[in-house]
Ligand binder design. Structure first.
Ligand code: NAD
Length: 478
């Protein structure tokens, strides 16, 4: 379905995120016919380029990050023809009058803040000053949204001076993933799961977001953040909310976000003994964390595992184990809803028992799988085995339908449509910081360094112990 004509300004239009995700994503929407031939994308950054130089840069970026789409050279040239470029300084006056001339007031106007967070407030102020913050314009704000409750509140207050909440799209690209939305379809579109979706039937929930890479070139930013600020407060928290929330009355922005907010508010403070922080060591072929950041004695964590409790009627007694980290065994993200064992085995101990596990896999191979216990085929008597009911989308839907949009392109189209359902509201972000701040303050006060872990492992042994002591175990990272 095509969206209305728009002008999208990408502040930071020459940056890594714009080249890797935003521009290739827009090109795919253009090819799909969703972005109409009138709409324009205007790069705005400090780099001294003219529009031809920008088009050449975007052509290269698309060829690098989506070579298959780039082969459609006719579409690519038409898309490049829709690009503009303005040299703009977010911190000064350069370029703002030019930008004002570029942006067509008859169309939907969206401004994507794909720049460092210290510029978010500056951009909002200057858009306002130059008359581009009118009632219908939208801003898209990248992560990180603050580094604690205080800074997030200050940023929300600055943005609120110039834009209404309904114009502010705080992006969390995890919410744009097909599987994450499917999680809601599975929960609320079937009668099968919802009656079992509570502490009476669910033993525990695990959320893992594992990366195999280290901090790479992002060391400067990452060392000031760490795994809790970079991943836990936003991405893992959002996933937890979608799993734990009550059914919203409608799949609309405020009903959904109200329910997520209630989950965050129901979270107990994390017990100091329920958090494990780690930092990766050097391996034979890769440097350790401390060799990749400026501060060689850094105590920033590149891994965190914790146990959380959602204290409400539905979830009391069902722990949520969350972990995320860099330089782990594999790049793998999943949510596992581990159901309780059948209350009694009629087949006897030798038949074996398997708990049902609903796995929502975010990467690789997005899909949802339900482990079901059946009889092992053959004459060997009643032996139980666990088989997956697999809904890997690429297989279930066939190659055409499975060519679903990447998270960023879907979310950008939602911005143009004015649909905030998959974006974080101001109060959600603040409550999430209110939950993580005391945890961070506690370990900072203790001054304990993170535990070392081997590159390519599953994190520190203590993270394994965190769940083992409850008689459970982490699912393998693979
Ligand atoms: P980058 O350093 O590659 O690019 C920064 C861009 O900002 C450049 O286009 C630069 O010209 C522009 N810029 C810098 N100072 C400016 C100024 N004063 N006025 C105008 N433009 C200015 O950064 P990036 O990796 O593209 O990240 C951009 C934002 O997206 C950051 O907030 C980052 O945290 C977030 N983010 C990035 C990624 C990623 O994969 N790169 C992922 C998630 C979130």
């Amino acid at each position: 379905i095509p969206v209305d004509p728009f002008d999208l300004v990408i502040f930071g239009g020459t940056g890594d995120l714009a080249r890797r995700k935003i521009l290739p994503g827009l090109f795919r929407r253009f090819r799909a016919g969703q972005m109409d031939a009138e709409s324009r994308v205007i790069g705005a950054a400090r780099s001294d380029l003219d529009v031809d130089g920008y088009r050449a840069m975007v052509r290269e970026a698309i060829a690098e990050f989506d070579p298959a789409s780039a082969r459609d050279s006719e579409a690519l040239e038409a898309f490049l023809g829709r690009l503009g470029y303005v040299v703009v300084d977010a911190m000064g006056e350069t370029g703002w009058d030019d930008l004002e001339r570029e942006v067509n007031s008859d169309r939907i106007r969206a401004f994507y803040f794909s720049v460092g967070p210290r510029l978010f407030g500056e951009l909002a102020e200057r858009l306002h000053k130059h008359g581009m913050a009118d009632h219908d314009s939208r801003i898209v704000v990248e992560k990180p949204f603050g580094r604690d409750l205080e800074s997030a509140k200050a940023l929300n207050a600055t943005l609120a001076q110039h834009f209404h909440e309904h114009q502010i799209y705080r992006i969390d690209h995890y919410l744009g993933k097909e599987t994450v939305q499917n999680l809601m379809a599975v929960r609320f579109g079937n009668t099968l799961f919802e009656p079992l979706w509570n502490s009476q039937y669910v033993d525990h929930i695990q959320i893992t977001v594992a990366e195999s890479v280290g901090v790479g070139g992002r060391g400067e930013y990452y060392d000031r953040a760490g795994a809790v600020r970079d991943m836990m407060q936003n991405h893992l928290m959002q996933l937890l909310c979608l799993i734990a929330m009550e059914p919203p009355a409608k799949f609309e922005p405020d009903p959904v976000r109200d329910e997520k907010l209630k989950v965050i508010r129901a979270l107990d403070p994390v017990e100091p003994g329920d958090v494990v922080r780690g930092q990766y060591e050097a391996s034979s072929d890769a440097p350790g964390y401390n060799e990749q950041v400026e501060n060689q004695g850094s105590t920033t964590e590149s891994f965190v595992a914790l146990k959380a409790h959602v204290s409400n009627w539905r979830w009391a007694g069902t722990p949520f184990y969350l972990r995320t980290g860099k330089r782990l065994k594999a790049r793998a993200s999943e949510i596992a809803v581990v159901f309780k064992d059948a209350p009694h085995s009629i087949f006897g101990a030798e038949a074996g028992r398997h708990a049902n596990i609903l796995t929502i896999r975010l990467q690789p191979n997005e899909g949802i799988e339900l482990g079901v216990t059946i009889k092992e085929p053959g004459p060997g008597g009643m032996r139980l085995i666990d088989v997956p009911l697999d809904m890997t989308f690429a297989e279930a839907l066939g190659p055409d339908d499975a060519d679903f949009p990447d998270a960023y392109e879907r979310l950008i189209m939602d911005v143009i449509r004015g649909n905030q359902t998959l974006f974080m509201r101001d109060d959600e972000v603040e409550e999430a910081w209110a939950w993580t701040d005391p945890m961070i303050a506690e370990w900072e006060a203790r001054g304990e360094p993170p535990l070392p872990y081997a590159s390519g492992s599953s994190g520190p042994d203590e993270a394994l112990a965190l769940i083992h002591r409850d008689g459970r175990h982490w699912r393998e990272i693979k």
